[in-house]
Structure formats: structure tokens, C-alpha cells
Design a protein around this ligand. Structure first.
Ligand code: HMG
Ligand code: MG
Length: 312
């Protein structure tokens, strides 16, 4: 099996993860979480969203988070931006990278940003070029690329055409999203194959949710096709507030552990990543779904009990 020697993990836990939490979380906890992710060796993190606080109240402290995080050299920090107002706020908060986002299905797009797909593409004109002119790197997401919670199947040719449009805007990367976690490996091979035939692999990233347990298998297919940027969320935090049924994102621990076992480098220290996720589980107030994390914490608990019993 041919795999890239190294992958970049694009960590979305502080944004995709926390946007979905029922409780509003303290800014200081979010910043500590981001610091812990950096300490674990993560080099690309989506830290928040400059979106309407009426739509995503959980990330209403975007400016405080962006201003409060340490920015060590070599670590890219990004934030979602839906419109010119979001771009201005991101710039004022010192962001050097942003991400615009849209869906491949009309209904999800409308529910997520209150615009049609055509209106969203038009709104990107007000964000992408001005951001690039201001020296920012701009990433784009195409959500519901493998299925929509409202419309069901999504035509791969619609996905290919939208990716062509996003690439033509000059974004440096396009993350192809399985927003509700319904993709299967054969479908991933088909859809990504069609995109790669037009765009090549260099600009592409994948963003899988693990609703049906297929995210890792889908990642392997993407890696075999040469894609080397994988979005994931520490502990598997996440979902999508406008995608009913979307469970957690692919867990960073799970994909990192799998990559390391296959000899694919990530630059991430798994023990420190577990520490970051354990801290997040404490401040969100519930267990996180990552399988690696659960197994690791279970092993630690067994070892503790063994030691308490005198190591017999
Ligand atoms: P709208 O209601 O149509 O627009 O929302 P509006 O212009 O009338 O704004 C509504 C209010 O928000 C106004 O305030 C604006 O000023 C304010 P009011 O006058 O009522 O007091 N507002 C803002 N405030 C702060 N920052 C801004 C901003 N813009 C407007 N940037 C809008 C349109 C796009 C703003 C809204 O729909 C929105 O914010 N949507 C964001 C939804 C979101 O973040 N969804 C989750 C992320 S996408 C995702 O999770 C998928 C992904 O993970 C990939 C995958 O899984 O596939 C990326
Ligand atoms: Mg997502």
C-alpha cells in the first residue's frame, strides 16, 4: 500500500469540537486546550470562528481566544470566517490564516449560513481576495460533499464543479467534508478521484466525521490517493449544529495512532495529545469518544489499580 511518508494533522477541536458543546465554556479553558495541543506537537489548529454569536454562541469569544493564545513560530492558527465582518474581526485579532466554508447541498448551506450556494460564492468574493491582499492564507471547506442530512445523496459532479470554483478563487487548500459521517471508502475513492483528476492532490485536505465508524477507513483511501492533510478533532470532540445526527469528528488520537503504526509521521506526541484531550473532557464535562483515548485511559486506570493492590 502506498501512503504519504508524512501527514499534516489540521486540528479542529477548538472550533468544530467546541461549537457543538451544550455549555458555554470559559475562554481561559479554550486557551489552555489550544496551548496543550501545541505542546503535543500539533502545527495547524483551527482555534475559533468569527461567525454570528446568534448562530454559534459557543464561539462568541472568538476575539478573546485569538488574542489570548500564544503563537509559537511554526504553528499555523486559523479561524472560520463567513463574511466581510468576520474577516475584519479576524484581522483585528491578529489572525494570519482564515477558512471560508460552504456546502455542496443547498439545504445544508442555507441552514448553515442563511444563503444559497450562489450567494455564498458571491460573498466569498468579499472575503477571499481581500484576505489574500492583507497577507492572509485562505483555506476553504466544502461540506456535505458525500451526503447531506436534508437532501441525502450529493452529486459528485456538483462537488467537482464547486471545488473548481473554490480553487479558482486562489485558496491555498480545500478541505472536503463528510459533514455527517456517511461516506464509505469506495465512495471516497470515487469522489476524490474525480476531484484529483481536475485539481491534483496538493491543495486537498479531508474532513471526516465518524458517525458510522468509517472515518479512519476513509482516511486511508484519501492517503492512498496522495492526500496528506487530514482534519481531526482531539478526543473526537464535535459534530455540526446544522447537521442533525453528525457525531464527533474523526478523533486526532485515532488517526495519529493509526498513522504511527503504519510508519506515517505526524510530528505529534500521542501521550501529550491524550493529556490535552483529558483536559478537554474535564472542562466540557463529559467523556470523549476517541477509541484510542478510551483504551489509553482504561489501561492507565488498570495500571493504577494494579499498583494500589501492591503490584501483585
Ligand atoms: P444572517 O442572520 O443571515 O446574517 O447570518 P445577518 O447579516 O443578518 O447577521 C445576523 C446577526 O449577526 C447581525 O446582528 C449581524 O450583525 C451579526 P444583529 O444586527 O441581529 O445584532 N453578524 C456577525 N456577528 C459577528 N461576526 C460576524 C457576523 N456576521 C453577522 N461575522 C451568517 C449569516 C453567515 C452571519 C450566519 O449564518 C453565521 O454566522 N453562520 C455560521 C454558522 C456556523 O459557524 N456553522 C458551523 C460551521 S460549518 C461546519 O461546521 C462544517 C465544517 O466543519 C466542515 C464539515 O464538517 O463538513 C466546516
Ligand atoms: Mg466538521
Amino acid at each position: 500500500m502506498k501512503l504519504p511518508p508524512e501527514v499534516t494533522i489540521y486540528e479542529v477541536g477548538p472550533r468544530d469540537g467546541l461549537q457543538n458543546e451544550a455549555r458555554t465554556l470559559p475562554t481561559a479553558d479554550k486557551i489552555r486546550f489550544i496551548d496543550a495541543l501545541v505542546a503535543a506537537g500539533i502545527r495547524a489548529i483551527e482555534i475559533t470562528s468569527f461567525v454570528s454569536p446568534k448562530w454559534i454562541p459557543q464561539l462568541a469569544d472568538a476575539a478573546e481566544v485569538a488574542r489570548g493564545v500564544a503563537r509559537p513560530p511554526g504553528v499555523r492558527m486559523s479561524a472560520l470566517v463567513p463574511n466581510r465582518r468576520g474577516l475584519d474581526a479576524a484581522l483585528a485579532s491578529g489572525m494570519k490564516e482564515i477558512a471560508v466554508f460552504m456546502s455542496a447541498s443547498e439545504t445544508h448551506n442555507k441552514k448553515n449560513v442563511n444563503k444559497t450556494i450562489a450567494e455564498t460564492l458571491a460573498a466569498f468574493e468579499e472575503v477571499v481576495q481581500p484576505a489574500r491582499d492583507a497577507g492572509l492564507k485562505v483555506r476553504a471547506y466544502l461540506s456535505t460533499a458525500f451526503g447531506c442530512p436534508y437532501e441525502g445523496d450529493v452529486d459528485p459532479e456538483v462537488v467537482v464543479a464547486l471545488i473548481d470554483k473554490l480553487a479558482a478563487m486562489g485558496v491555498f487548500q480545500i478541505s472536503i467534508g463528510d459533514t455527517i459521517g456517511v461516506a464509505n471508502p469506495l465512495q471516497v475513492e470515487d469522489v476524490l478521484g474525480r476531484i484529483i483528476a481536475k485539481q491534483g492532490v496538493d491543495k486537498l485536505a479531508v474532513h471526516f466525521h465518524d458517525t458510522q465508524g468509517t472515518a479512519l477507513a476513509n482516511c486511508v483511501v484519501a492517503m492512498q490517493l496522495g492526500i496528506s492533510t487530514i482534519d481531526s478533532s482531539a478526543g473526537g470532540l464535535g459534530g455540526c449544529p446544522y447537521a442533525p445526527g453528525a457525531s464527533g469528528n474523526l478523533a486526532t488520537e485515532d488517526v495519529v495512532a493509526m498513522c504511527h503504526a503504519m510508519g506515517v509521521k505526524t510530528g505529534i506526541d500521542l501521550d501529550k495529545l491524550v493529556d490535552a484531550s483529558r483536559g478537554a473532557a474535564t472542562f466540557v464535562g463529559h467523556e470523549l469518544p476517541s477509541k484510542y483515548l478510551k483504551a489509553h485511559l482504561g489501561k492507565q486506570a488498570r495500571q493504577r489499580r494494579h499498583t494500589e493492590r501492591g503490584g501483585a
